[in-house]
Design a protein around this ligand. Structure first.
Ligand code: AN7
Length: 374
């Protein structure tokens, strides 16, 4: 496997360079890349429950991708393929992060991006990105599911390539995160925890872990989990309680959650996600907005890691299942933190209990404030 590094100066050049041998791209296709991937796998140190149970809890910090979410992994591959096929425009529906990523990669490729977003329900940072990268933004009076339906319909008669995760190149790109995790740990985790919205990402990780376990690409390594009990992790898919079709067992019509990224009622990768959870002996669960926001805060204050609310759902679920013993003591667990906390500054400021102290611009006032709060 190539290292994805430029041989002359060891600069990391993105996940297509690194993983082209496991991606279904034509050899002569030119990568449209922003050096995505190669994200940190951070070991938690300061969560008491995790330490007490002897759990190794790793955070796959996907918020450190170029546009601040895991979408870049899929977008580099989808846009590379679209450009290779001569496409001049891409199209997506989005709760925000897909639109930001599509806009950036379209700019990089010199093609147009059309994005459908639900009016009033996308985080400020994501909207700023789509606007700055020059996407053509269609705000619809409807939710993500309406947008997704319209995108599929319009693409039948308009010359645009859909870059939502129904585009198979998206999941191919996103599976590389599982490869990075296995490379970093030297094994697969026992459990992989992930937020589920449209259900593409959980399906992509499962594809990655499954390829590794079966040595599909003949890398000559037989991957097993950390405990050595199985070859693939149990996949734990977590949703927001107000947007939990996998708990309802069917699509829902009016999803609501503060975690706008996963405010989705009709997941497109329904069967793939069900398959991942069933085959891996994993499970789905859902958590309230209050629980999700509390976990987001816990990660910022205890581990110094700022993820957006949707991302905190994975750790909310992990802590819930660790506490109850569903995840046994001593397990190795990876949680995907899908997007950066800066994506949604409004929610962060609104929920933070931190008070701003207004003081005079004088040495005495500053000194007193420090001494009183040590
Ligand atoms: C931060 O941007 O669907 O289950 O349109 O932005 O693969 O859909 C975003 C999804 C989790 C859910 N965390 O992943 C979009 C969009 C964050 C996200 C998910 C999303 P999937």
């Amino acid at each position: 496997m190539s290292t994805g590094r430029d041989m002359q100066n060891s600069r990391y050049t993105g996940l297509i360079d690194r993983y082209r041998n496991i991606l279904p791209l034509a050899e002569d296709s030119r990568a449209v890349s922003l050096c995505e991937g190669d994200t940190p796998l951070v070991l938690c140190h300061n969560i008491e429950l995790v330490n007490r149970k002897g759990i190794k809890l790793y955070l796959k910090y996907e918020g450190l991708n170029p546009t601040g979410s895991f979408k870049d992994r899929g977008m580099t591959v989808a846009v590379t393929q679209a450009v290779h096929e001569g496409s001049r425009a891409i199209l997506c529906a989005s709760t925000g992060n897909t639109s930001a990523s599509a806009a950036a990669y379209a700019a990089r490729a010199g093609i147009k991006a059309f994005v459908l977003i639900p009016e009033g329900n996308i985080a400020m940072g994501k909207l700023a990105q789509a606007m700055m990268h020059g996407a053509i933004i269609l705000q619809i009076r409807g939710n993500f599911d309406d947008g997704m339906r319209l995108v599929k319909e319009v693409a039948e008669t308009a010359p645009v390539d859909i870059v939502n995760s129904i585009n198979p190149y998206r999941l191919q790109g996103q599976k590389t995160s599982a490869y990075e995790i296995v490379e970093a740990l030297g094994c697969a985790p026992d459990f992989h925890c992930i937020p589920v919205g449209n259900a593409g990402n959980i399906s992509a990780y499962w594809m990655g872990y499954s390829e590794l376990a079966a040595d599909v690409h003949n890398q000559g390594k037989q991957v097993v989990t950390a405990s050595g009990q199985t070859s693939r992790p149990k996949m734990l898919g977590y949703q927001a309680a107000g947007a939990a079709p996998f708990i309802a067992g069917e699509p829902i019509e009016k999803p609501e959650t503060v975690a706008t990224a996963i405010r989705i009622g009709h997941p497109q990768s329904w069967d793939l996600a069900q398959g991942a959870v069933k085959e891996s002996n994993g499970w789905f669960n859902a958590f309230t907005d209050e629980e999700i926001l509390a976990t987001q805060k816990l990660l910022t204050t205890h581990e110094g890691i700022f993820c957006e609310p949707a991302s905190a759902t994975s750790v909310t679920g992990a802590l819930h299942d660790i506490e109850r013993g569903n995840v046994p003591e001593g397990s190795t667990v990876v949680c995907t933190l899908t997007g950066h906390g800066l994506k949604d500054p409004d929610i962060a400021i609104r929920q933070s209990s931190t008070e701003l102290m207004n003081i005079d611009a004088e040495l005495d006032s500053v000194r007193r404030a420090i001494l009183e709060n040590l």
